[in-house]
Design a protein. Structure first.
Ligand SMILES: *[C@@H]1O[C@H](CO)[C@@H](O)[C@H](O)[C@H]1NC(C)=O
Ligand SMILES: *[C@@H]1O[C@H](CO)[C@@H](O)[C@H](O)[C@H]1NC(C)=O
Ligand SMILES: *[C@@H]1O[C@H](CO)[C@@H](O)[C@H](O)[C@H]1NC(C)=O
Ligand SMILES: *[C@@H]1O[C@H](CO)[C@@H](O)[C@H](O)[C@H]1NC(C)=O
Ligand SMILES: *[C@@H]1O[C@H](CO)[C@@H](O)[C@H](O)[C@H]1NC(C)=O
Length: 500
């Protein structure tokens, strides 16, 4: 093989290197891919399922026992926490549905207006900060808040506004393409996937459908590794496989009806379940609090100032004067009609409930191999990623101390980057060799190293992948109108697979 390679390169050099297509010169900055599989509970991988690609990643890298989600354990808030290292009260995306008293408007997940995302101009996600460094480019696919301008900026690469119809494989192909761009090679990519959250909501965390989704995601991980290997960049890219929150089973037999205790005309029901955000009408706050406080043993009710400190969920105008939080597996509705309660799984609960915790696996040159790590919090992901990308984190609530043990050779990482000059002089040689190898592989069409697991055609094996089947995201949401707060069809609001 070495001889073949050598001959090939020599021939290529003699015949003029430009006659063969060179692989793109990839970014010399540290390279990182962050993949979030919505609602992938930390322990789903402990099920006896066929998951060769996850097994490969775990052996190759680090798996944390779990990654603790941030309260409220909802999708948009936790995705913002991961990319900023801020508690929800500090980045300001405090739920998937929220009311802002300054704008006098409701947020319903589908808005790309920066005013909902950028913390009054103080919040900047990691993909923007990455691009502030010379020669660095970020790419974002479907990440919540990813199509929003922060300080007027968008990432260099994006698939545009959220589009759940983009097949999972296309999302990965886009990333590989951006890594290989000749002019603006990407070094940081973020990808969002709707499963297994969708199946978790619809069929419950213990369903066969969730198990199918896990195996489909395993295929997706296999596809990613193969695609990176194919592009000859696999061993240069750091990969984090993670999630925003977990999932628990809910049931129509575990429902708390607010309107049994308080009159609907006393309040606006800003957010539903399991964290009900209640905006009392003028003069009704005390009355509502008194009625709800001891209403149900499975529901904890807090005035804003008394929300438990460890949730870091007080100090924001979008947190409502009263919140009611259901216990694990319970649901809060205004009033209840069995046929509107269609979901079988939910999340959003107390983040200390372990089933709200997320998956965390990381592999690549920056990470230790074969390590099982103690748990850490998802605010710590941000300083970890900044360390890998080698830039100063913005002010945040995370801690590198709690995660640095998962980095390979942490102490010497600081000095990385001093060898840039040497790197550049070697670059041409490396490129030529890689070119030879790449062309040789294309030519002889065989790999020395077996691809991890078999990549199965995702479209055939799982019709749900890529968000297939279902109304487009934009049409899934119902309009929540402050003046017309009558819709109480809990099931309809939840019985879909958007980025809940
Ligand atoms: C969403 O993605 C699908 C699949 O790639 C594509 O056919 C469709 O045009 C996209 N929708 C929009 C609004 O871009
Ligand atoms: C959250 O869960 C933890 C662990 O179960 C528990 O100790 C704590 O009291 C819970 N907090 C609330 C407000 O329910
Ligand atoms: C979280 O970080 C932000 C930004 O540094 C800071 O303003 C806030 O006070 C921090 N929160 C806590 C609880 O320390
Ligand atoms: C969000 O959804 C609501 C309800 O469908 C709609 O009225 C509103 O215009 C949407 N906003 C955006 C920015 O798409
Ligand atoms: C349920 O609550 C809504 C909103 O308060 C109200 O309009 C509706 O009449 C109630 N339905 C029942 C069956 O009580």
């Amino acid at each position: 093989m070495a001889i073949v390679d050598f001959i090939f390169i020599s021939v290529a050099l003699l015949s003029g290197a430009q006659s063969i297509r060179m692989p793109s010169v990839i970014s010399d900055a540290p390279k990182l891919l962050l993949l979030s599989f919505d609602g992938f509970r930390y322990d789903y991988l402990d099920r006896p399922l066929l998951k060769p690609n996850f097994d490969f990643a775990i052996n190759k890298g680090v798996r944390a026992k779990y990654m603790k989600s941030t309260f409220a354990t909802k999708t948009d808030p936790n995705h913002m926490t991961m990319v900023t290292g801020l508690w929800e009260e500090s980045h300001g995306v405090v739920s998937n549905k929220m009311y802002d008293p300054k704008y006098r408007e409701i947020f319903w997940m589908n808005s790309s207006d920066p005013k909902w995302w950028d913390g009054d101009g103080k919040v900047e996600p990691i993909w923007i900060t990455n691009e502030r460094k010379e020669g660095r480019y970020s790419g974002v696919v479907n990440w919540p808040g990813g199509d929003v301008k922060y300080g007027g900026r968008l990432p260099t690469y994006s698939t545009g506004p959220y589009n759940r119809s983009i097949p999972y494989t296309d999302r990965i192909d886009a990333m590989v393409r951006w890594f290989l761009d000749d002019e603006k090679p990407m070094n940081l990519g973020l990808l969002f996937f709707e499963e297994p959250d969708r199946s978790g909501h619809l069929y419950g965390p213990d369903s066969a459908q969730v198990n199918d989704a896990i195996m489909m995601i395993d295929d997706t991980v296999g596809y990613l590794v193969s695609a990176l290997k194919e592009a000859d960049i696999y061993d240069k890219v750091n990969i984090i496989l993670t999630s925003d929150h977990g999932m628990v089973e809910v049931s129509p037999t575990r429902v708390i009806e607010l309107n049994r205790y308080i009159k609907p005309e006393w309040y606006i029901w800003v957010d539903d379940s399991p964290v009900s955000a209640i905006l009392p009408k003028r003069g009704k706050e005390e009355q509502i609090y008194k009625k709800l406080r001891s209403a149900h043993v499975r529901m904890k009710v807090f005035k804003k100032k008394d929300i438990p400190k460890q949730w870091h969920y007080r100090n924001n105008r979008r947190i409502m004067p009263i919140i009611a939080v259901a216990d694990d597996g319970w649901s809060i509705v205004q009033n209840f009609t069995q046929n509107t309660f269609t979901i079988k799984g939910n999340h959003g609960y107390n983040n200390s409930i372990i089933k709200m915790s997320a998956l965390f696996i990381a592999f690549g040159p920056a990470f230790e191999e074969g390590l099982t790590s103690k748990p850490f919090s998802n605010v710590d992901l941000y300083p970890l990623m900044c360390k890998i990308l080698d830039f100063e984190p913005r002010p945040n609530n995370g801690s590198l101390e709690t995660v640095k043990h998962i980095l390979f050779d942490y102490d010497s990482m600081a000095s990385k980057g001093t060898g840039i000059a040497v790197f550049c002089t070697l670059l041409l040689v490396v490129a030529l060799m890689a070119g030879g190898y790449y062309a040789w592989q294309r030519h002889y069409g065989h790999k020395e190293e077996p691809i991890v697991g078999e990549y199965v055609n995702l479209d055939e094996t799982n019709p749900q992948q890529g968000g297939g089947g279902g109304v487009p995201y934009e049409q899934q949401e119902q309009h929540l109108n402050l003046k017309n707060q009558t819709k109480a069809s809990y099931g309809q609001e939840h019985g879909y697979g958007g980025t809940q």
